[in-house]
Design a protein around this ligand. Structure first.
Ligand SMILES: Nc1ncnc2c1ncn2[C@@H]1O[C@H](COP(=O)(O)OP(=O)(O)OP(=O)(O)O)[C@@H](O)[C@H]1O
Length: 314
């Protein structure tokens, strides 16, 4: 039986595909989840870095592979594959270990920090930049007929300039189907706030809960710990209305929780207007601040403004 224990492969291990013969040298462990274990690997032929995921369960892994294949084909059709660092899906094969066949697939390596780590290190204000990038990623998926489904902070990696990549496509479902993988807090059903049909509003809702979780965790915990039958979307709306840390996002969060956007393009636009307007106001008011007080903020604010400029310019 394959377990996380015997899949714990040390750096320097060569993983050779049983059918295609692709060779990948393990550099280090990237992470481990319920469905598999992910390594940073170097493809021997090209010396390129990729992420390689080995599965504990062939069926679960296969459903992720199917989604990645479909996304890859869509990218290829639109001629986008060349624009990316590398493709969604590089290779699928089996690895023989101690007489067992372990399915694996190779995907692009996403360099970045998990969303929560990033915001803790850089400050909550970065949510403005990160949020827009994330919504744009969702918009791309939605416009291609997919819903991400299992949106949670662990599935979002952020680059030093606030750019975002989604990982773990195991929860992606075709529009109109049932969401097949979700995590309690971010799930609309958990809050008795709607069904689990894969539609853009399902992802908006999850994203709203991600924001509340990251910026007002205690209040979210309290609301989530109620009896399941009394939990409702009003509990979330109350948190949104009362938490100061959520004030900049209040209008957007209310609309996301109630599913009140025409589409994800509109969700992006509203986010942009709300957060950009606020940043400009803050910049104006800072002009009257004495210079000596500015010193400590200059570097981080400069970086943030740079990122905001780059984010909102396009
Ligand atoms: N493409 C990637 N690039 C960099 N790191 C990655 C990549 N894919 C996964 N990881 C890392 O590996 C971890 C586990 O991967 P993943 O979330 O796909 O596993 P999982 O078993 O499906 O998780 P879950 O239990 O959340 O369903 C992630 O949290 C992340 O840290």
């Amino acid at each position: 039986m394959i377990t996380s224990f015997n899949l714990n492969l040390p750096p320097g291990t060569m993983v050779t595909g049983r059918f295609n013969g692709g060779r990948y040298l393990i550099q280090r462990l990237l992470g481990q989840g319920a469905n598999g274990i992910v390594y940073l690997v170097k493809q021997v032929e090209s010396a390129r870095l990729y992420a390689l995921k080995m599965g504990f369960d062939t069926i679960d892994l296969q459903s992720e592979i199917n989604v990645l294949k479909a996304l890859q084909q869509q990218d290829n059709r639109r001629g986008r594959a060349a624009e990316r660092d590398s493709s969604f899906l590089v290779e699928v094969d089996d690895y023989s270990l101690q007489g067992q066949e372990i399915p694996f697939y190779v995907m692009r390596y996403v360099k970045g920090q998990p969303l929560r780590t990033f915001l803790t290190a850089q400050g909550g204000n970065w949510m403005q930049v990160v949020g827009l990038h994330l919504l744009r990623q969702l918009r791309g998926l939605h416009e291609s007929g997919w819903v991400f489904g299992d949106l949670k902070p662990e599935n979002v990696l952020v680059s030093p300039y606030g750019e975002v990549e989604l990982i773990d496509f195991g929860g992606v479902s075709g529009m109109g189907r049932s969401v097949k993988q979700f995590t309690e807090w971010y799930d609309r059903g958990f809050w008795n706030a709607g069904g689990r049909t894969a539609e853009p509003s399902y992802d908006w809702f999850s994203f709203a809960v991600v924001c509340i979780h990251l910026l007002a965790e205690d209040s979210l915990k309290k609301a989530a710990n109620q009896l399941p039958q009394t939990r409702s979307r009003n509990d979330l709306l109350e948190v949104v209305g009362s938490e100061v840390s959520l004030a900049p996002y209040r209008e957007w969060l209310r609309r996301a929780i109630t599913g009140d956007f025409r589409n994800t393009r509109e969700a992006c636009l509203v986010w942009k207007e709300l957060t950009l307007g606020r940043t400009l106001k803050r910049k104006k008011s800072q002009r009257s601040t004495p210079q000596w007080m500015m010193g400590a903020f200059v570097v981080s604010l400069g970086l943030l403004i740079c990122a905001i400029y780059l984010t909102f310019r396009f």
